[in-house]
Design a protein around this ligand. Structure first.
Ligand code: NAI
Length: 320
């Protein structure tokens, strides 16, 4: 039987923890011995208004169950205040779960700057600001666990969510770079794309799915990634309904044209079926910018031999 994963003496900050997924994370961390900062602005699903009750109710629930928790009502855009609450109440911060989020769905033709900016400010900038405030503490104590929240919509796209999908894939890039910068300091960062029945999805999921896709099925992965025994970093995970999986990139073997010859659109068209072929046994799974660059480097030496030309003839190729 596996050792129980405990968080005694550790401090977890969970943003947007007044409801939905964040609430399930906060309750689980509290149950497993962590001191929890329950952050929630308490506004509407579209990002309007504010209400301290959302966070207070969850703090109450953690305390009633014998756990330790304090509330914070600031927007994640003020990440320094969120982290300050952890330092004031508990004197440290070990785990940050960036979960707060809103939706402003519109088809792209009707998307306004306000819809675009507000979604980016909460998801991407909010995630950045909370990590920015926690980072120096993580560096100093040579320990930190970051779990950020993307979405399948960011990885794959979805009608009516250009603002949200752009912000969510931004969170993926942010997380993967944090993972690289944090690794030597034992600061690990992973990103999840969850699926759960919450107020955010209640309008699009049938009721029986909302019931079956409990946030409690996502929380255990978040706890695992937040634990000191976890060594995974820079990972992307899809999680929900009791199912957990890792996502990675795949790149086709590609087509290398001679590096010393002019490349024409017609040549690209002619090679198209091979460029997009993932089934020819040459596809790879690049996992770093270095891996990615290797494909370019390999074609460096792909040099076509000059054709023999009779003495004194005009070099048509190089005259172009
Ligand atoms: P939810 O709407 O139930 O919870 C989000 C919480 O964040 C709310 O309590 C809200 O008050 C809080 N919040 C919003 N803006 C805030 C701000 N500026 N500062 C602090 N708190 C703020 O939504 P749900 O479903 O629990 O979503 C949690 C996260 O998971 C979000 O980032 C969402 O985009 C993501 N997600 C959820 C999916 C799902 O199936 N439920 C699917 C993919 C991603």
């Amino acid at each position: 039987k596996a050792e129980p994963l405990r968080f005694d003496g550790q401090v977890a900050v969970v943003t947007g923890a007044g409801g939905g997924l964040g609430k399930a994370y906060a309750l689980l961390f509290g149950k497993l011995g962590a001191s929890v900062v329950v952050n929630d602005l308490g506004g509407s699903a579209g990002g309007q208004g504010a209400d301290s009750r959302a966070a207070d109710i969850v703090v109450e629930e953690i305390r009633k169950a014998g756990g330790k928790a304090v509330a914070n009502y600031d927007s994640v855009e003020e990440g320094d205040k969120v982290v300050e609450t952890a330092l004031k109440a508990f004197g440290r911060v070990d785990i940050v779960v960036n979960n707060a989020g809103i939706l402003r769905d519109k088809s792209f033709a009707r998307m306004t700057d306000a819809d675009w900016d507000l979604v980016h400010r909460v998801h991407l900038r909010g995630t950045y600001k909370v990590v920015q405030a926690a980072w120096p503490h993580f560096v100093k104590q040579k320990y930190g666990r970051i779990i950020n929240t993307a979405s399948a919509v960011g990885l794959y796209g979805n009608f009516g969510q250009t603002n949200y999908s752009a912000a969510k894939l931004g969170v993926v890039g942010f997380t993967r770079t944090l993972a690289l910068e944090g690794q030597r300091k034992n600061i690990l960062a992973n990103v999840i794309a969850p699926n759960a029945g919450t107020r955010m999805t209640a309008t699009v999921m049938p009721p029986e799915m909302v019931e079956a896709f409990k946030p409690e099925y996502v929380a255990p992965l978040v706890a695992f990634l937040g634990h000191s025994s976890n060594e995974e970093t820079g990972g992307i995970f899809e999680v929900g309904s009791g199912w957990v999986a890792k996502v990675r990139w795949q790149r086709s073997g590609g087509v290398g044209f001679p590096a010393n010859r002019e490349l024409t659109p017609e040549q690209v068209a002619e090679a198209w079926s091979r460029i997009i072929d993932f089934e020819d046994g040459r596809a790879t799974n690049p996992n770093s910018t270095q891996d990615s660059f290797q494909g370019f480097m390999d074609n460096f030496s792909n040099v076509a031999q000059e054709e023999e030309k009779p003495e004194g003839s005009l070099d048509v190729e190089s005259a172009k």
